[in-house]
Design a protein around this ligand. Structure first.
Ligand code: ZN
Length: 918
């Protein structure tokens, strides 16, 4: 069938070209976000190209790309890019994987052509001008160690150990990009250069530039900058590394002290769509069917987890490259997280569902829902086609360059997929599912990861084999799909009215007052054509409840998510919402409660119905809730295994002075959870919709939204907001919390927090806090990361907590560090924050101001930014928008110095340090 399929036309809006030396480029003019451009260079090589003695060098080289090159000697690249508002990490970065290495500079302002030219020069340096001096290489060895330490968690360790068994007979078994630390420590500079020279060549490189650019001009620049790079006639070829088929099922099991949950993976390997077929509609058909099959399998898994006797707490189907690593093999992947002691049963259950799909396929109703969901997201993308962001296009072009994936225009894709989805019969999905999901001996891989613990019986490969083979011989019955065929709301509430309308011209919104007392803030925008955002809030929150409701408070938001609505149980509701792009949830904070939603314009009424039902008519669903409590129990029972969780818990404990509301509960505390009582609390907080202020922002129709507001918001009961007592219990004075934790990969964690609760919440103070954290981050990265190599990352952050009687300002510095250098890192954190009270260099503040202004400009075209601005305005009376730019421009080193000094002068400082146990 594939042979007769027509080719997919390439989007005519992208200019694709190739230089004589083999360099490919993709250029596209796009003006969203306005006046910005993104620059990428994608290398068709990664760690798979390394020799045995080079393991880790592909990734090491990526680091060197930022530390000195032909036109930007050491440090100059980051320095220059900061002057044009490009910040490392956020809009400047790179990643190395097994098969590719991609570098990028994003969101560059196109106001000045010279800045764009310089970005192209950076690309040129990355392609062939990285210097990698011995001194810079020496400095970076420790940085890589710190990165290794930070990433080396339980699943990473097990995955690395299992890799040779998962990829027998393939180099993929030995090429994790982070490499081997003994190689990182000892390689000679010329070995790195050798990898660089051998593989970074124009014929392996794609340049992608998308944004508000002059395409002709840019093309000429590329020819000028890259045209003279030579490729030797005998240059090494990039050869695909195959992943052999396995005739016998492969069973692999791994264990680790810090693994929290047993996880089972079933991979069903198959060959990927060949490159030449990727240009045809056959590829789109395959992608469409893969999408539907995963969606249908996932919703079966979700439904199963709501049964009390289900052996897994969660399961998931994904169609991806085999183990997300090998581009030469695809796999349908079924992943199950087992309940404690139910590892064997989970292997059986997941295998059994795969076999059931293979034997019987899906039902027509399951297919109809998955198709409706697919078409609805297709429609969403099409609606927003004029506002596609630069990076969306760029990512598609990167995939086209590296993987030959098709790049049709959104219009063509939309037409084609609409037509195909109408024509392709449901039986085809089942035939295809039968091919890609099967538990036969050949090409099946079963991989299990679990906790290592004394006295525990482990799931061995033999046990998994017995379990899978047992299921193969079972006779199964087809899946039965239960659906409820009725409208979401059978009866309409009595309509209320809009009684008053005023306009705010400063922030540009309408304010409606409703007959039940509710206020609605309406701001219509054209930032995204497919988005409407909704938020309601009022005072009260957890402060209204006493200690006896502690656990109920902690689970109240989840209780809403895991319950049904109206006449629908949780799973009936999920099914009833097929094809709808609308969702609503509650969010209960210390002294506030919020109802938050989002939809596309066409599903606005569904959004309103969900809001109405969530606030007035939650349906108890014991099974669904029990499955959630079960999951929580697993997490809490094993929290001490995960150093990261232990640390976050201790941090909260110190910050809030031991207040249990802000930490993680113990597993046994869950027994105090009372579902009925919690639903009562939801009713108390959310049941009087008339006391809320609602803010609606996005692309809604001004005329149709008013009747919806009257029908679903004005109809809710009136009420007055109640205020409880202060329940926050922040630390005061000096607090030190140092402790040791046993861990597999020794890594220290350090956090310092300064608190001041004597400052007013104003826009200027918010800006000062933000600027102070950014300046400190710059200083810390330069010293603690670059000069001392004590941490892979170190950052300062600010927060203003307004959830109580008075605003609390928090300034935090945090870093995972090398244990041997923890002391020096902490010392430097203190030293430089104290110095910053006296002196901040213009060179540190100016780039920060530049970045803040640039980010503010981008934020002005984002709905979520306006949601923050309007809700802060209505709830706190603080205008974070007007005069923002002037205030940032008016920042001086003296102002920021004085502000940091004020924060510190309150004398409240906490330090929380976790060290590995010796
Ligand atoms: Zn790295």
């Amino acid at each position: 069938m594939a042979q007769q399929m027509p080719e997919i036309p390439v989007d005519s809006a992208v200019r694709i070209g190739k230089l004589d030396n083999g360099l490919t480029y993709y250029l596209r003019h796009n003006n969203y976000p306005e006046k910005k451009a993104n620059f990428y260079i994608a290398q068709r090589v990664g760690s798979i190209q390394e020799d045995d003695s080079q393991q880790g060098l592909a990734h090491f080289l990526e680091h060197m790309a930022f530390n000195g090159s032909e036109h930007f000697p050491e440090g100059k690249m980051l320095e220059y890019l900061q002057t044009i508002g490009v910040e490392f990490g956020r809009s400047l970065n790179a990643y190395t994987s097994i098969d590719r290495t991609v570098y990028y500079i994003a969101d560059v302002s196109t106001e000045r052509q010279s800045a764009l030219d310089s970005c192209m020069l950076v690309l040129r340096d990355w392609s062939s001008g990285i210097t990698a001096t011995p001194e810079e290489i020496e400095k970076e060895r420790d940085v890589i160690h710190n990165e290794y330490r930070m990433r080396n968690n339980a699943s990473q360790r097990m995955f690395e150990r299992a890799l040779p068994a998962l990829f027998p007979g393939s180099k993929y078994g030995f090429r994790m990009p982070i490499g081997k630390m003994e190689i990182i420590d000892n390689f000679k500079p010329e070995e790195l250069i050798a990898y660089y020279k051998k593989w970074y060549r124009p014929d392996n490189q794609g340049i992608i530039i998308v944004g508000d650019i002059d395409v002709d001009y840019t093309e000429n620049m590329i020819k000028k900058l890259f045209g003279d790079i030579q490729v030797a006639p005998d240059a090494a070829k990039v050869i695909d590394e195959p992943v052999p088929d396995n005739e016998q099922t492969i069973y692999v099991s791994e264990k680790d002290n810090e693994q929290q949950f047993p996880i089972v993976r079933l991979a069903m390997k198959r060959d990927p769509v060949p490159a030449e077929l990727k240009k045809t509609v056959a590829y789109l058909v395959t992608a469409y069917l893969n999408n539907l099959i995963c969606a249908m399998t996932n919703s079966r898994f979700t439904e199963m987890t709501q049964q009390p006797d289900c052996p897994f707490i969660q399961a998931l189907a994904q169609n991806e490259s085999y183990m997300q690593l090998a581009r030469t093999k695809d796999a349908m992947m079924l992943i199950g997280v087992a309940k404690d002691g139910k590892e064997t049963e989970t292997v059986q259950a997941v295998t059994r569902e795969a076999k059931r799909i293979h034997d019987f396929g899906f039902t027509a109703t399951e297919f109809a829902r998955a198709k409706a969901d697919y078409l609805s997201s297709l429609e969403k993308m099409y609606t927003n086609r004029d506002k596609m962001k630069n990076e969306q296009f760029a990512n598609d072009y990167i995939e086209n360059f590296l993987e030959n994936s098709p790049i049709p225009s959104v219009e063509d894709l939309y037409q084609t997929m609409n037509m195909l989805s109408q024509q392709l019969p449901f039986e085809l999905a089942n035939q295809y599912a039968q091919q890609i999901i099967n538990v036969d001996e050949k090409n099946l891989v079963v991989f299990q990861m679990e906790q290592e613990k004394e006295g525990k019986t482990y799931l061995t490969p033999e046990m998994m084999k017995t379990a899978v083979e047992g299921v193969r011989t079972e006779t199964l019955e087809a899946w039965v799909d239960n659906v409820k065929e009725e409208p979401l709301m059978a009866e309409m509430p009595v309509k209320g009215q809009i009684v008053k309308e005023t306009e705010n011209t400063t922030l540009g919104y309408q304010e409606l007052t409703l007959s039940n007392g509710a206020k609605v803030i309406l701001k219509k925008t054209d930032f995204k054509d497919d988005e409407v955002m909704f938020q309601g809030e009022t005072k009260g929150g957890m402060s209204l409840f006493g200690e006896e409701d502690l656990i109920n408070c902690m689970i109240i938001d989840a209780a809403q998510i895991y319950s049904g609505l109206g006449n629908f149980s949780k799973s009936e509701l999920d099914k009833a919402l097929a094809g709808k792009q609308a969702s609503v949830h509650i969010s209960t904070k210390e002294n506030r409660q919020y109802i938050v939603g989002r939809s596309v314009p066409k599903d606005l009424e569904t959004l309103f119905q969900l809001v109405y039902l969530t606030m007035n008519n939650i349906k108890k669903d014991e099974k669904s809730m029990a499955s959630f409590v079960n999951q929580m129990q697993m997490v809490l029972k094993t929290k001490s295994l995960n150093p990261q969780l232990v640390y976050q818990d201790s941090l909260a404990n110190t910050k809030y002075n031991g207040n249990p509301l802000f930490g993680l509960p113990e597993a046994e505390d869950l027994q105090k959870f009372d579902y009925d009582r919690t639903l009562q609390m939801v009713k108390q907080l959310y049941g009087n919709g008339g006391q809320f202020i609602y803010t609606i922002i996005g692309n809604f129709d001004e005329q149709t939204i008013r009747p919806l507001i009257e029908q679903y918001i004005a109809s809710m009961p009136a009420g007055t907001a109640a205020e409880g007592k202060e329940i926050r219990t922040f630390f005061t004075g000096k607090k030190v919390n140092r402790f040791e934790k046993k861990m597999e990969t020794p890594q220290a964690q350090t956090t310092l927090i300064w608190k001041n609760d004597q400052l007013p919440y104003t826009m200027e103070n918010k800006i000062l806090l933000d600027a102070a954290s950014r300046v400190l981050t710059r200083i810390y990265l330069r010293t603690i990361r670059e000069e001392e190599s004590a941490a892979y990352n170190v950052s300062a952050g600010g927060a203003i907590d307004v959830m109580g009687d008075k605003p609390v300002f928090l300034l935090t510095v945090q870093a995972p560090t090398n244990p041997d250098k923890q002391a020096i890192a902490e010392e430097l954190m203190l030293k430089f924050i104290n110095e910053a009270c006296q002196k901040i260099a213009d060179d540190d503040l100016n780039p920060v101001k530049e970045t803040m202004l640039k980010q503010a400009e981008d934020a002005n075209r984002e709905n979520h930014h306006w949601m923050d601005v309007l809700t802060e305005w209505t709830a706190e009376g603080v205008d974070l928008q007007t005069n923002y730019v002037e205030t940032v421009k008016g920042l001086t080193p003296e102002k920021v110095q004085a502000f940091i000094a004020t924060i510190l002068s309150a004398g409240n400082q906490a330090s929380v340090v976790m060290m590995p146990e010796k």
